[in-house]
Design a binder for this molecule. Structure first.
Ligand code: NAD
Length: 455
């Protein structure tokens, strides 16, 4: 952005508006071409995005592929395969009193969509909603996170080249985003923390703009004594320490009985060793904390912690070892989303107590249960509320294209992925078409005295 960034931002929003108003984005053919252009960008520039992710987060290229670049590619493939069907008008039945008539629902684009992305999966969380917004026929303004500067710069470099006239990039931090939120959009899609989520929603209210808020919070895990504990430990270590724990759906803490906590305290260090070796610091597979502020916050949380394994850290490289601690519900680690590679094990006395513990807190983005008991699964499904509920695996629900992704309550509102993105980024327009003759409506025209004879 230049010094006069606000004029630039206004110009970007105006260009996106003019592009939408021209009608160019409405034909399905335009949408398909844009999705293919995103795919091409990821094929031709994928290595540059992966390098940017390595620079911003120390992300291994294979992890970048699995969770970011390949993820978006799969989302596009799934969308291209189904788009025609998702956009087909839906028939609605017409009551006898209104027949003959034809009723249908058509999905129309909303207009200009603003997407504000966070730093932790800066490719996936910018491009996946953008794919949905384009597929629904909108033009888009994207705002990458300033906290992942290399990725933000790559977006600024490549998006205008591949998606000219369809997607407009605004870079910057709080000041620029505040200016951007002063513009009028037809939908705002925000991913990040709840404090900024409230700011976004307040700004959106000025123009009665609908919002999708993809927020975070603490995603709990419950493990009972019927679970295969060595396998559970592996899955937990994988889901927790991916991206150095900076994942919105990472297991935040584990609730389990005293004996299961003792077993996990033994098995988790082994699992970490299998994933990252005896010295994770030298593992290319293990990421780094995004910035000094988050590094200080996380190491501060460890000050009074009862460390089971890990805890080693190095400020210069922002390395924090995969760490497991024992904690109780009053500890600092249990107050806010950890968003880093620290996993507290908290003792709890049985399933009912675990459900109570979870229900007393904000509704989580994801809830993970490890049990072999069908009854326990049913109990969690019926008695808890969360964006997602997964048995036996953390975080992988994102990889199922037929599932909506989003939170509930404090973890967010609205959802996306696949056909749910089409729902989010379109208006379901009700269309009724009734021939003027025969004039069956004459039965309900005043004077209503004639009606008396009929009812
Ligand atoms: P962040 O700091 O990158 O902020 C997200 C976006 O908000 C950025 O583009 C930033 O520029 C903008 N922003 C920051 N302050 C602002 C302000 N005052 N006014 C307007 N815009 C502002 O990311 P973050 O919030 O630290 O992200 C981490 C949080 O996001 C965690 O809570 C995590 O759980 C959550 N998250 C949720 C999802 C999801 O899909 N539900 C995904 C990833 C992260």
């Amino acid at each position: 952005m230049t010094e006069d960034f606000s004029a630039d931002i206004t110009a970007q929003a105006a260009d996106a508006r003019a592009a939408f108003d021209s009608g160019v984005s409405r034909p399905i053919s335009w949408r398909v071409e844009r999705l293919k252009a995103v795919q091409q960008m990821l094929t031709e520039r994928g290595d540059e995005f992966a390098a940017a992710l390595q620079q911003d987060l120390g992300k291994h290229p294979s992890e970048a592929w699995l969770t970011e670049i390949g993820f978006v590619t799969a989302e596009i493939t799934h969308t291209l395969k189904n788009l025609q069907r998702w956009l087909a008008p839906e028939r609605a039945s017409v009551p006898v009193s209104l027949q003959p008539a034809n009723a249908r629902i058509i999905r129309e684009p909303l207009g200009v969509v603003l997407i504000i992305a966070p730093w932790n999966y800066p490719v996936q969380l910018l491009l996946a909603p953008m794919v949905g917004a384009l597929a629904a026929g909108n033009t888009v303004v994207v705002k990458p996170s300033e906290l992942a500067p290399a990725t933000s710069a790559a977006m600024q470099r490549w998006i205008p080249q591949y998606l000219d006239g369809a997607v407009f990039v605004v870079q910057g931090g709080v000041e620029e985003t505040t200016t951007l939120l002063g513009e009028r959009f037809d939908h705002i899609f925000y991913t990040g923390n709840g404090t900024v989520g409230r700011i976004v929603m307040r700004a959106a209210a000025e123009n009665l703009t609908p919002v999708t808020l993809e927020l975070g919070g603490k995603s709990p895990v419950y493990v009972d004594d019927s679970a295969d504990l060595p396998a559970t430990a592996m899955r937990l270590a994988w889901g927790k320490f991916l991206n150095a724990g900076q994942t919105c759906v990472a297991p935040d803490y584990v609730l389990a009985s005293r004996t299961v906590v003792a077993e996990l305290a033994r098995l988790l260090p082994e699992a970490i060793g299998r994933l990252y070796g005896t010295n994770p610091r030298s593992s290319k597979e293990y990421g780094r904390i995004v910035n000094d502020k988050h590094f200080q916050r996380l190491t501060g949380l460890l000050d009074a912690a009862d460390v089971v394994t890990g805890g080693e850290h190095d400020a210069a490289s922002r390395y924090l070892a995969p760490t497991v601690v024992r904690a109780d519900s009053g500890s600092a680690l249990m107050q806010e989303e950890i968003f880093g590679p620290v996993l507290p094990l908290v003792e709890i006395d049985g399933t009912d107590a675990a459900i109570k513990f979870i229900n007393r807190r904000d509704k989580p983005l994801a809830l993970y249960v490890f049990t072999a008991r069908a009854k326990t699964k049913a109990k969690f499904a019926e008695q808890t509320s969360s964006g997602a509920l997964c048995f036996g695996i953390p975080a992988a629900h994102l990889l199922v294209p037929g599932l909506p992704f989003g939170g509930v309550g404090a973890s967010g509102m609205g959802g996306y992925h696949g056909r749910f993105s089409i729902e989010t980024f379109s208006h379901r327009k009700a269309v009724l078409d009734k021939p003027l003759r025969p004039d069956t409506m004459r039965l309900v025209y005043p004077p209503f005295s004639a009606l008396k004879n009929l009812i």
